[in-house]
Design a binder for this molecule. Structure first.
Ligand SMILES: [Zn+2]
Ligand SMILES: [Zn+2]
Length: 252
């Protein structure tokens, strides 16, 4: 199993996960053209995709989903609430994901985990394939016991480090947006992200990717400073870029 990012941050998110049998796109916050361009960078085209999974209906995650599904004729899996966005649930592309119930997509076991975020019915995903587990976790305001339990035993983790608390407080956002981003239904700060690793099996982690980093309220260095002390192997740590995403990472 391996994964890569087309880009990560408030201007658009999309992650690829593939095995020998299938290739899944998780979220698509880019236009069709942009998605094609970014996938080509990773040696793939949308026609390689088995399915698209959607975490929630914020435009940095859903913008390109239905256009891409229509053009390349593939299923879109998401919760009922997320499917309420636009024409998604009414389209024949929609497949229902029930949060907390794992399903098989192209040989990969997919567990949609409910998260606290200001969307209709948001989730994040834990994927398992041949005894290896990849956890994708962004867009949540706090770490619930359910989240902690599901992300405890991952071999690779893509983890939101959205903001630094001090930078957000002193930054350019209006008060209401600061409240939203920093609230329990907003986004994870660096310390919250680090706290997820407190009772995780960190020795198992081959890759930890810092993701959904705010360009205004955080820096890769600050996020790294929070996460690195939690890890056994600091070489495992890297950060995802809004423009470049990151290249394929193998989970051995
Ligand atoms: Zn987002
Ligand atoms: Zn969001």
């Amino acid at each position: 199993m391996r994964f890569a990012s087309l880009g990560s941050g408030s201007k658009g998110n999309a992650t690829l996960l593939e095995t020998e049998q299938s290739c899944i796109l998780i979220d698509c916050g880019f236009s069709i053209k942009e998605t094609e361009r970014r996938m080509a960078r990773l040696g793939r085209t949308p026609s390689d995709l088995t399915a698209i999974l959607v975490t929630h209906e914020h435009s940095d995650h859903i913008k390109g989903v239905l256009p891409l599904a229509r053009k390349y004729k593939m299923p879109v899996y998401c919760s009922y609430g997320t499917g309420e966005h636009g024409q998604l649930r009414l389209s024949h592309h929609w497949r229902h994901l029930e949060l907390g119930v794992s399903i098989d997509i192209g040989g990969i076991s997919v567990m949609p985990v409910a998260v606290p975020h200001d969307a209709r019915e948001p989730c994040q995903f834990v994927f398992s394939y041949q005894k290896k587990t990849f956890g994708l976790l962004t867009d949540l305001g706090s770490i619930t016991p359910v989240v902690r339990e599901h992300y405890r035993c991952c071999d690779a983790l893509l983890l939101e480090c959205n903001h630094d608390v001090t930078m957000l407080a002193n930054g350019p956002y209006p008060y209401s947006l600061k409240q939203r981003v920093g609230g329990d239904w907003g986004h994870l700060n660096n310390q919250q992200a680090a706290s997820l690793l407190e009772d995780a099996e960190v020795a198992r982690l081959q890759h930890v990717v810092i993701a959904h980093l705010s360009e205004k309220n955080n820096t890769p260095a600050l996020a790294r400073m929070a996460i690195e002390p939690m890890l056994v192997n600091s070489d495992a740590l890297l950060s995802a870029d809004q423009e470049a995403g990151f290249d394929w990472l193998d989970i051995a």
